[in-house]
Design a protein around this ligand. Structure first.
Ligand code: PGA
Length: 252
């Protein structure tokens, strides 16, 4: 059973339009000829249209960093899935720990976002992960189970490529502290087994689970070598063309 690795860049609240254009161009060049992996970039909303022009016709998939569940209406500050589709976005990061921690997004709200994205053919990249205090209190697996079950509540996955999960331990994001390959694999295997209780075997086995949290050019090979790590969600290192290029070219 083969899962195509996905390397995803999360640009967060970075890049001017000029920087976004240049970085996206570098990513397109770096991907040329690669057929055994998928690449995704998630610029800020303001740069989506600009980046869409650059990636058009390439294999780079465009993602938003969040998405609303409604088609239109009085939702100040939100972006509808159909608006993203119009820009050429086919994916959206949902439930990132910064959304959960800084902006108070709950499991229930995140579940609505996942459902809305799926309804409009946008592939969610559903993020989950424990904080340092939760890990130290021995609650890691309980937290992962709660977030994954709640995020996917009522979500029917028919096509395994239409749903991507991302394990991102909060203590590893932007801190330079990566989870060890063993810690990451342990969490991924736990989530894989959880998915097997929620979905048909062939679906659960084919859904991709990315790792995120201080992934860089030096640790990507070892992380992606793990059997249940199917790609990487990369923040800081995706903002530098040379380091992201090296990550894209990870060796399995
Ligand atoms: P980082 O961010 O690679 O800078 O740790 C990852 C993320 O938040 O998706």
């Amino acid at each position: 059973m083969q899962r195509i690795p996905l390397i995803a860049g999360n640009w967060k609240m970075h890049t001017s339009l000029a920087e976004a254009r240049a970085l996206a161009g570098a990513v397109v060049s770096a991907c040329k000829g690669l057929t055994d992996r998928e690449i995704m970039i998630a610029p800020p909303f303001t740069a989506l249209a600009t980046v869409a022009e650059v990636v058009r016709g390439s294999q780079v998939r465009l993602a938003a960093q969040n998405v609303c569940w409604e088609e239109q209406g009085a939702f100040t500050g939100e972006i509808a899935p159909s608006m993203l589709r119009e820009l050429g976005c086919s994916m959206a990061i949902i439930g990132h720990s910064e959304r959960r921690q800084i902006f108070g997004e709950t499991d229930a709200l995140i579940n609505q976002r996942v459902a809305g994205a799926m309804r409009f053919g946008i592939t969610p990249v559903l993020c989950f992960g424990e904080t340092l205090s939760e890990r130290e209190a021995g609650q890691t697996m309980a937290v992962l189970e709660r977030q994954v079950r709640a995020g996917l509540s009522g979500i029917n996955v028919v096509e395994p490529a239409s749903m991507v999960l991302a394990y991102e331990p909060v203590w590893a994001i932007g801190t330079g502290k990566t989870a060890s390959e063993e810690q990451a694999q342990e969490a991924h295997e736990f989530v894989r087994n959880l998915l097997l209780t929620m979905y048909e075997k062939s679906i659960a086995q084919q859904m991709r689970i990315l790792y995120g949290g201080s992934v860089n050019s030096g640790n990507v090979d070892a992380l992606l070598h793990q059997p249940d790590i199917d790609g990487a969600l990369v923040g800081g290192a995706s903002l530098k063309a040379d380091s992201f290029e090296r990550i894209i070219h990870f060796r399995q």
